[in-house]
Design a protein around this ligand. Structure first.
Ligand SMILES: NC(=O)c1ccc[n+]([C@@H]2O[C@H](COP(=O)([O-])OP(=O)(O)OC[C@H]3O[C@@H](n4cnc5c(N)ncnc54)[C@H](OP(=O)(O)O)[C@@H]3O)[C@@H](O)[C@H]2O)c1
Length: 203
């Protein structure tokens, strides 16, 4: 499958990239600094910001599916909502329907699935990012596309285990999960319709 990837230089994005290539997919990745991605067979990189509609359109062109693993880094204004708006517009324009987006447990109706100390941290320290993720999910849900919103628990850099829990059961509580396992689940959503138009947790 030809995949357009946003957030390829991030922790989870690098795992998505590596596993997708292993699985025989080809990717076009948009990156602000594409030199941080090693050249690989099956990978095309495009230098640019996700806020640049032209760069996003170039990345999405010819794709059969889009994966969005954008995250807000450092002191930048939250990117999730404005970045996703550009991606959705490009997908609509290009007629690409399949979208897998990584959000977070604790967003929207999953608030009760995270422990109260983390709820407090989110409310006090990550308020603007949380709001951007709520808006991001709303935009995706209203897009009319074939979307899956993946909500991971706390991310680690551990190895891929395949031993994670997932699903839409609201009693599923947040725990840690390796970025490599999130990538594994994300890639499954490209062809599996079990969670189409849903917001599964992975933890
Ligand atoms: N940390 C946790 O425990 C946790 C828990 C649940 C969910 N999440 C969410 O899971 C997702 C993945 O997390 P992560 O830690 O793997 O991500 P990350 O390492 O922070 O990577 C974020 C990615 O977004 C890209 N990006 C940011 N602004 C951009 C822009 N304007 N244009 C183009 N690209 C841009 C970054 O590119 P650059 O390399 O150019 O900066 C990077 O590739 C995030 O949405 C995060 O909020 C995190």
């Amino acid at each position: 499958m030809q995949i357009a990837l946003f957030g390829a230089t991030g922790g989870t994005g690098r795992q998505v990239l590596a596993q997708a290539l292993e699985q025989g997919h080809t990717l076009t990745a948009l990156a602000r600094d594409p030199t941080t991605l090693d050249p690989r067979d099956g990978l095309t990189t495009i230098g640019g910001d996700v806020l640049d509609p032209k760069a996003v359109a170039t990345c999405v062109e010819g794709a059969e599916a889009v994966i969005c693993v954008l995250g807000s880094r450092g002191r930048q204004a939250p990117i999730e909502s404005p970045g996703t708006a550009r991606i959705l517009a490009a997908m609509q324009e290009a007629g690409v329907r399949r979208l897998v987006v990584v959000s977070s447990l604790g967003v929207g109706d999953s608030r009760a699935q995270i422990a109260w100390p983390f709820r407090l941290v989110m409310d006090l320290m990550l308020k603007s990012i949380l709001e951007a993720k709520v808006q991001q999910e709303q935009l995706v849900k209203a897009s009319g596309l074939d979307w899956v919103i993946v909500r991971p628990g706390g991310l680690t850099d551990g190895p891929r285990t395949g031993a994670y829990r997932f699903g839409v059961d609201p009693t599923l509580k947040s725990g840690r999960i390796a970025r490599a396992d999130v990538a594994d689940f994300v890639l499954r959503q490209l062809t599996d319709d079990t969670f189409l138009h849903q917001t599964p947790a992975v933890t």
